[in-house]
Design a protein around this ligand. Structure first.
Ligand SMILES: [Zn+2]
Length: 439
């Protein structure tokens, strides 16, 4: 089994086509009992596979379409050994019954995953927290469809990614069923449970809502007063919005940072009344729906493609929100970065540094430098082609270089293509911060 230093988890030998998750969650005591059915395709001839499942107890494992010899669950890894080798391309079904008290998974970047709130629960899994609540192939490149059924106490709103397809109330509990037809990485799968009310924010090009505790209704309405316009502006710049809806969740608890999920962003109560320019986080999280969620990274090595674009979206929205011009934002952050240590290589930052703030800011500066070099028309055509060509697909930095080269050559010939190649080389592959081209 191959291990990638950026993605030590998951199992590169399988692709999970579909997750069918049946979760029963008792808020009192944070108790989860669940059944997960995974439709798995073998990517190579295999007799053994591993799934990630952390901190929960496996009760039973069965396999349909192949014979299970034995399984073992230790160190957050569920290892299955089949009685005979299954050929590459074969599909089989793995059913796991499990329960326990889900808690966030420790990672080099802090704890991530399922988290009990004061009065509810959330899932914020980036990058390796998905295994805190379901057995999964926790690799960003493995993307699957989902059916997520959550049964929990009455009086709570349950949101999962995808579309609500059923809701059945009983005496004390309600079951909420969501279907996700877009290919979704495990870290972007989510469940949000709280006493939320829904605020409609706009319906073009897709319905947008905020889920907020009733006490935050008024400040959230103020913060998100122009959300519909933000959605339309980003859609013009980035191309069609990739999913069928967008929901912002504001938890009653404070959260350190907001985080994206498929079609959803999760903020804390502290982000409703922004301080220190924190309102930039709203366009940042929205931009992840294109960059990260639809166009996904193959491994975390390429995370600048997610965070660079999301940070650049903050600067693109800034003048629309009455803030500084995009170019002024870029020059400000260039000055800040010029004073920071220059020992980070964007195209290969090392696993420990994937959430270093310089990835975000230098990533956005790389895009701005490219835009100043090729001009607005070529740049935004390139961005829209990027989100169209790689919609629901996984990418690497090499894919971006190739597309930038293609657009530059088409519109400016070999000279512009060479200039773009040299520019991206300096910004992406060298630790020293290049000068920002003149306007
Ligand atoms: Zn981000």
């Amino acid at each position: 089994m191959r291990a990638d230093s950026y993605d030590p988890r998951g199992c590169p030998d399988i692709h999970v086509e579909h997750y069918d998750l049946d979760l029963v969650y008792k808020l009192a005591g944070n108790r989860l009992s669940a059944t997960a059915v995974l439709r798995v395709t073998a990517l190579t001839n295999l007799q053994q596979l591993e799934l990630d499942l952390t901190g929960l107890t496996v009760k039973k494992v069965s396999v349909g379409g192949a014979r299970l010899l034995r399984y073992a669950h230790r160190g957050g890894r569920l290892q299955l050994r089949l009685a005979a080798e299954v050929p590459e391309g074969a599909t089989f079904e793995v059913t796991v019954r499990y329960d326990g008290h889900p808690v966030p998974v420790p990672s080099p970047w802090g704890t991530v995953g399922w988290e009990e709130l004061t009065d509810g629960a959330l899932v914020a899994s980036q990058p390796t927290g998905a295994s805190s609540w379901f057995p999964c192939n926790d690799r960003p490149a493995d993307r699957s469809t989902y059916r997520t059924s959550v049964t929990t106490d009455n009086g709570y709103h349950v949101l999962a990614h995808g579309t609500l397809v059923a809701r059945r109330a009983r005496a004390a509990t309600t079951t909420w069923v969501y279907a996700e037809r877009h290919p979704t990485a495990a870290y972007l799968a989510t469940v949000q449970i709280g006493r939320y009310v829904a605020l409609p924010l706009g319906d073009s090009p897709v319905p947008q809502h905020a889920l907020v505790p009733a006490t935050l209704r008024r400040p959230a309405s103020r913060l998100l007063a122009r959300h519909g316009e933000m959605m339309r502006t980003l859609t013009e710049m980035f191309g069609p919005y990739p999913f069928t809806a967008y929901t912002l969740v504001f938890t009653e608890d404070e959260l350190e940072i907001p985080v994206e999920a498929q079609g959803i962003s999760v903020f804390g109560a502290n982000h409703v009344v922004p301080t220190d320019g924190d309102e930039r986080l709203v366009p940042h999280e929205l931009a992840h729906q294109w960059f990260g969620n639809s166009v996904s990274v193959t491994t975390w090595q390429h995370i600048w493609l997610n965070e660079g674009f999301a940070c650049y979206a903050e600067w693109l929205w800034s003048p629309h929100a009455g803030g500084r011009a995009t170019d002024a934002m870029a020059r400000h952050w260039h000055t800040v970065l010029a004073r920071a240590p220059q020992d980070l290589v964007l195209s290969d930052p090392g696993p420990a540094n994937i959430f270093d703030d310089r990835i975000y800011k230098r990533g956005a500066l790389t895009l701005h430098a490219l835009r100043l070099t090729v001009g607005d028309q070529v740049f935004f055509d390139l961005v829209r082609d990027w989100t169209a060509r790689y919609r629901y697909r996984s990418v690497t930095t090499a894919d971006f270089r190739a597309l930038a080269h293609e657009h530059a050559e088409l519109r400016g010939g070999e000279a512009l293509a060479d200039a773009v190649g040299a520019l991206l080389g300096a910004w992406l592959d060298q630790p020293r911060l290049p000068a920002l081209p003149r306007r």
